[in-house]
Design a protein around this ligand. Structure first.
Ligand SMILES: [Zn+2]
Length: 70
């Protein structure tokens, strides 16, 4: 009986953990790096809205915006 009561408390906790993990996996994330060799500029995006994602992608791939005089 004690085991059943323990399971009744533990199982919802496990279900909530699994649900939270699945939700985290659905968060859109992407890494965009500069195409210029040796630049190393990169932007990691997590949960960015589509408009923000395209803005950051344009920023990361446009070397003139972070390459300085090089
Ligand atoms: Zn660059």
């Amino acid at each position: 009986m004690a085991l059943l009561i323990t399971l009744a408390f533990i199982l919802p906790g496990i279900a909530a953990t699994v649900a939270a993990y699945a939700q985290r996996r659905n968060v859109p994330r992407a890494t965009v790096t500069c195409p210029v060799d040796g630049c190393g500029a990169r932007i990691d995006m997590t949960g960015a809205a589509p408009t923000e994602r395209s803005r950051l992608t344009a920023l990361a791939t446009d070397h003139s915006r972070h390459g300085g005089a090089l």
